[in-house]
Design a protein around this ligand. Structure first.
Ligand code: PEP
Ligand code: MG
Length: 576
């Protein structure tokens, strides 16, 4: 009988293929004591295993295609750095010596101590970095135990078209899966914000994480269906189910191909309203993707990737080079560069001893952090100002909550510009400076901000989080995360109106902008600029081009006054 298991889809798409199960987590670690005489040979065993692990990882790194983003290599470098770190060798050797125990046991003790340190961290993103420790330790354990490293299992084209099931996967595994034609994956653990998930999205591999117990219920080589869009794994499918998913898969492929015809078409509603469809860029891979889907610009360049997986910060030149390559690919289209939005669930290489906040999403995050940490902020600001000489650049300030922050950034930009002028460095003196409206304080007082800014960008991911008071990375309150919450809708409408009154452009770059269930409602509320991941942009254009704005405006505005939840639901249903 067919069964289905549920998890969190990290990328879109359906794959049908045979399962290959990677048993990786349950290494059978034998613990035993060694004699004084065996000390030297046991230490050598450990060193050789570490050396082999480094060789394996370097080989994986060398196989990354040249045109793949540097960030992917950086993930592997993180593991290489750990292997080179004294914590893995000197400390583990010390444990062997002090406890007279075998290398596997010493490594396990070392792993447990490090894992505990990660578990104790308040920062959700940093806690997920424990995966790196697990990965590196199990890699060495496997070699010690003569297990085939995972890379050998997914190496070559042996598993082409198959679906990999694992307890967890690493960023380097994700690169290899893509290279070797693996159709999809599902893992027992992991979260949608882990590096592996982020890479899977960028590389376009259908994948589901958090499918608890998947390897218990599936047999090797069993035919599986992965519906990553819905986060469902279907096993033992009967003919009818298989036919259903094959149709769904074919339909999606046809739909994507048919959407491609829209690439060069203008985004214009049936009644002639021109709509600006821009792309969100999270990774260097997205630069080209944004161009390929015919985005009219980049509405949000999340620059946080420049700071991830490293202990230092990018300098001015590194920022500048990254902006230059995006501007070059976009070839004259506007590029909106957001200053760093580190903190909360986003990576932040904390110095030892830095206080970890109890409520990081309400703490020193985004522009607050920038204004507090000159070494992070000024190199980026200078690079953005210099990049403005290369093409149409807009600077975007994340998480504005007071007008003072906006005024301070504008003053800082002017200071950098006059410094550039003194040093004969080119820049665009008219570079627009805009603000993310993603904190209720800014949305409620958008009319106060509008005269000081050149544009608004509504960040619904955070606006929803802060308005309804739900942590956007906390599973337990996910059910409350509702873009159609009346309070959220009123804040969005108020922001659009405040921008219109001041005649400044307003866009939306949160996930709501790319979700076609809300497109008509947003058009009805007056939104004309959407920014979303390139993979969603053509679907969005399709809906825009089939909408008659004049017919949805009245209902959209009426929704803002409809306090009866049932009536509101009925009304919103007419706008889908
Ligand atoms: C948002 O909050 O909607 C947004 C686009 O920013 P981020 O998701 O990077 O916080
Ligand atoms: Mg945000």
């Amino acid at each position: 009988m067919s069964f289905s298991l549920h998890g969190v889809g990290v990328s879109k798409g359906i794959a049908i293929g045979r399962a290959h199960i990677i048993e990786r987590a349950e290494l059978d670690i034998v613990e035993y004591s060694i004699s004084d005489e065996a000390l030297v040979s046991e230490t050598r065993r450990l060193r050789e295993a570490v050396a082999q692990a480094k060789l394996d990882l370097r080989a994986v790194r060398d196989e990354i295609p040249a045109k793949t983003a540097v960030d992917i290599a950086a993930f592997i470098d993180t593991h290489l750095l750990m292997l080179e770190d004294a914590t893995f060798t000197v400390d583990t050797e010390r444990i062997i010596k002090e406890r007279l125990c075998n290398a596997e046991w010493a490594l396990k003790l070392q792993h447990d101590a490090l894992a505990q340190a990660f578990d104790d961290m308040d920062d959700a993103y940093l806690r997920t970095r424990k995966d790196d420790v697990d990965n590196v330790v199990s890699r060495i354990q496997r070699i010690l135990l003569n297990h085939a490293p995972i890379k050998l299992e997914i190496q070559g084209h042996r598993l082409e078209g198959m679906i990999v099931l694992a307890d967890e996967l690493t960023p380097s595994d994700t690169v290899l899966m893509k290279r070797n034609g693996i159709a999809a994956f599902a893992t027992d653990s992991g979260g949608p914000t882990s590096h592996m998930s982020i890479l899977a999205r960028s590389l376009g591999i259908p994948g589901i994480v958090g499918v608890h117990g998947i390897r218990k219920y599936v047999r090797e080589n069993e035919l599986l269906i992965i519906d990553a869009t819905e986060g469902v794994v279907v096993g033992d499918a009967d003919h009818a189910t298989l036919a259903f998913y094959r149709d769904k898969q074919a339909e999606r492929e046809r739909h994507l191909i048919s959407l491609h015809r829209l690439r060069a078409a203008p985004a214009v509603t049936l009644d002639g309203c021109a709509v600006d469809l821009q792309a969100n860029v999270d990774l260097p891979e997205d630069f080209v993707a944004a161009h390929d889907v015919g985005a009219s610009g980049v509405g949000l360049y999340r620059t946080e990737f420049l700071y991830m997986n490293r202990s230092d910060s990018p300098d001015e030149q590194e920022h500048f080079e990254s902006y230059r390559s995006l501007i070059e690919v976009l070839d004259g289209l506007p590029v909106t560069i957001r200053t760093l939005d580190l903190g909360a669930d986003k990576a932040f290489a904390r110095e030892p001893g830095r206080h970890v906040a109890t409520n990081p999403a309400l703490g020193l995050r985004a522009i607050r952090l920038s204004l507090r940490e000159p070494s992070l902020y000024w190199p980026q600001l200078r690079a953005i100002v210099r990049a403005s000489a290369l093409g149409p650049v807009r600077l975007l300030i994340p998480m504005l909550s007071t007008l003072e922050e906006a005024r301070q950034v504008v003053a800082n930009v002017r200071a950098v510009q006059s410094d550039c002028a003194k040093n004969h460095l080119a820049f665009d003196a008219n570079m627009p400076i805009g603000g993310m409206i993603e904190v209720p304080a800014a949305a409620i007082c958008a009319d106060q901000f509008a005269p000081y800014l050149d544009f608004f960008s509504i960040g619904t991911n955070d606006l929803i989080q802060y308005t309804i008071a739900i942590d956007r990375v906390n599973d337990a309150v996910n059910y409350l995360y509702d873009p159609l919450n009346l309070a959220v809708l009123r804040l969005i409408a108020g922001t659009i109106d405040a921008a219109a009154a001041e005649k400044i452009p307003v866009g939306m770059c949160g996930e709501m902008a790319g979700d076609i269930r809300y497109t008509r409602l947003l058009l009805g509320l007056g939104l004309r600029q959407f920014s979303t991941h390139p993979s969603l942009l053509l679907e969005l254009k399709n809906i825009v081009n089939m909408t008659d704005v004049s017919s949805v405006e009245k209902s959209a505005r009426l929704a803002l006054e409809t306090t009866n939840p049932d009536e509101l639901k009925t009304l919103l249903a007419t706008l889908v």
